[in-house]
Ligand binder design. Structure first.
Ligand code: NI
Length: 298
């Protein structure tokens, strides 16, 4: 009888262990890969969850920030340290109002990048492009236009490399080569890095640049469907302080923006760059060598 009990207990322990492993240990969205374009996959890597431990400050929740008095949340306009040197780009961002950062990876792309810019410009709004250096070489005019219009230019490495699979020297070379292209076009390096596939591996983040991921993944590369992109964003609920991941490559993403941008504006959101979001919503200047991930932009 005692041995029967032991067997039952062992079986229960094993069943619980299997449930635990199958339900909790896989990062959402990490297993799906597109098969037709190495540029169009954004995985959520375990490494980034590990790296969120490097966050400089605990994030403020939107509910908390709205209850803070305007005086306490005053942007540092008198002491402007905006790395772009062009705070607000004439848009008069109100730190006490809702704001969200749209981001577009894997470009530049002709014509999608231009169409994205045109839609946002129509609403006096900005966003952040995480461009690939090798593509910037092909479409320098688009990168130049992004910067001229006030969009934030982030790096997505030179060749859309999985930095986790490279040595530190190789990873640095990917960053430097991309920046050489960006500097040759715009006169300055990228202000942020978004690692392809959200992957930094077990390495410490690259020390020369703030590393930014996202908080809402639209899976636009997967669905290629404007309605599904909109549905994911609307299902998210409160978007204040969040970073939305999209891509520059797909007409369906452009189509979604034609609905999304007016939807956000009508709901009181200011559409800002990632650095503006950090500055005005969280009161931070993003720091090199720090990963700003899901736990920050929430
Ligand atoms: Ni990418």
């Amino acid at each position: 009888m005692r041995s029967f009990k032991a067997i039952v207990v062992s079986a229960l322990v094993a069943a619980i262990a299997i449930l635990f492993v199958t339900s909790g240990f896989y990062p959402t969205g990490s297993a799906i890969q597109s098969d037709d374009d190495k540029n169009d996959v954004e995985n959520i890597g375990l490494s980034l969850n590990e790296n969120t431990g490097t966050l400089k400050n605990p994030p403020k929740k939107p509910e908390e920030s709205t209850s803070t008095s305007p005086a306490e949340r005053e942007p540092d306009s008198a002491n402007n340290t905006d790395p772009e040197g062009e705070p607000d780009n004439g848009r008069n961002i109100d730190p006490d109002k809702l704001m969200v950062a749209l981001t577009f990876d894997d470009g530049p792309c002709d014509p999608c990048s231009n169409e994205i810019m045109d839609i946002l410009a129509e609403y006096n709004s900005l966003a952040t492009f995480f461009d690939v250096g090798s593509r910037a070489e092909v479409y320098p005019d688009i990168v130049a236009r992004e910067v001229e219009m006030g969009f934030e230019l982030g790096s997505h490495t030179y060749s859309h490399a999985d930095l986790a699979k490279l040595s530190d020297e190789e990873a640095k070379a990917e960053m430097d080569k991309a920046n050489d292209v960006f500097i040759s076009i715009t006169g300055k390096p990228a202000s942020l890095l978004r690692p392809p596939y959200g992957s930094l591996g077990g390495k410490s983040p690259l020390s020369s640049i703030p590393v930014v991921t996202w908080s809402v993944d639209t899976l636009d590369w997967q669905s290629r469907d404007a309605e599904k992109i909109m549905q994911i964003i609307m299902d998210e609920g409160n978007l204040d302080g969040k970073v939305i991941l999209m891509h520059s490559l797909y007409p369906s993403t452009v189509e979604a923006l034609k609905t999304l941008v007016p939807y956000l504006i009508d709901n009181g959101y200011q559409l800002v760059t990632v650095s503006e979001l950090a500055k005005y919503k969280y009161g931070d200047d993003l720091q090199p060598g720090t990963v700003y991930g899901y736990d920050y932009f929430r």
